[in-house]
Ligand binder design. Structure first.
Ligand code: ACM
Length: 263
């Protein structure tokens, strides 16, 4: 099966324009799974929680009903970052829309980065894995800054993920050191969908530096975008290959764990 990662420049506050780009990209894409960046419906740098609330959606809003229908018709898994309102809570979330009648799933970012802590509530769902029957794959989700916590990808792998998707709005390059290791040490595929462009809000300029990547389960790069261009990168993946955690005849990264020594 094939996975695509979309790198583009969401315009702050322009939900209709961003959504239209998202729909066009899905329509042109031929892969089984398509992953969009963090908060790509709205843009990233909200000045306040009240402002973010104005742009937030519920996971069963019209946009997600429409995306779910597209997932079903195109037999495609769609992952997309958005600000989620749920009762009085506001989360930095990613919807995972499967091509079957199952309800929409939503992951809520666990580790909040920098000023996000003044805008969003901390995610309350933990690291869970979703099983898709067709295409047959188990997907775990983390969002951006979650990458800094190896516990996140380890938990997803221990919960059975074949593929970890990571919608992102990354503003540094240090993640390039860590993300291939997360794939290698867990023997999972990993897809980072980063955005590009500049947001000038809150008296600060944020430059998002693209370089979205898809890694194989041995940490090698299957596809990589440039740092500043609109791109859709794609790679072929075989989820079955991630399920046997051995890497030679005597070692298996899960069976060899000695969890009594970890804290
Ligand atoms: C980030 O978590 N958006 C860096």
């Amino acid at each position: 099966m094939f996975i695509s990662v979309v790198q583009f420049e969401p315009k702050f506050g322009e939900i209709e324009a961003n959504y239209s780009k998202i729909l066009n990209t899905i329509s042109d894409d031929k892969s089984d799974i398509i992953v969009f960046p963090e908060l790509c419906l709205t843009g990233y740098d909200f000045v306040s929680r009240d402002e973010a609330k104005k742009f937030a959606s519920e996971v069963n809003d019209l946009i997600f009903i429409e995306l779910k229908n597209i997932a079903i018709v195109k037999k495609k898994i769609i992952v997309i970052g958005f600000p989620e309102i749920s009762d009085d809570k506001l989360y930095n979330s990613a919807a995972i829309l499967l091509p079957n009648p199952q309800l929409n799933n939503v992951y809520r970012k666990t580790h909040l980065f920098f000023r996000e802590r003044f805008i969003f509530d901390e995610g309350d769902k933990g690291f869970f894995v979703i099983e898709s029957i067709e295409p047959e794959i188990k997907i775990g989700t983390m969002i951006c800054y979650d990458w800094r916590f190896p516990e996140a990808s380890r938990t997803l792998a221990l919960n059975g993920a074949d593929l970890i998707v990571c919608p992102s709005n990354l503003v540094t390059n240090v993640w390039h050191i860590a993300t291939p290791a997360r794939a290698l040490e867990n023997k999972v595929y990993l897809a980072v969908a980063n955005r590009i462009g500049i947001e000038n809000r809150n008296g600060q300029e944020l430059l998002f530096n693209g370089s979205s990547q898809i890694y194989s389960y041995n940490g090698s790069v299957l596809a990589k975008a440039l740092s500043d261009s609109v791109e859709v990168i794609s790679a072929e993946i075989d989820p079955i290959k991630t399920r046997n955690k051995s890497f030679n005849e005597f070692n298996d990264i899960f069976a060899d764990r000695r969890s009594q020594y970890y804290s």
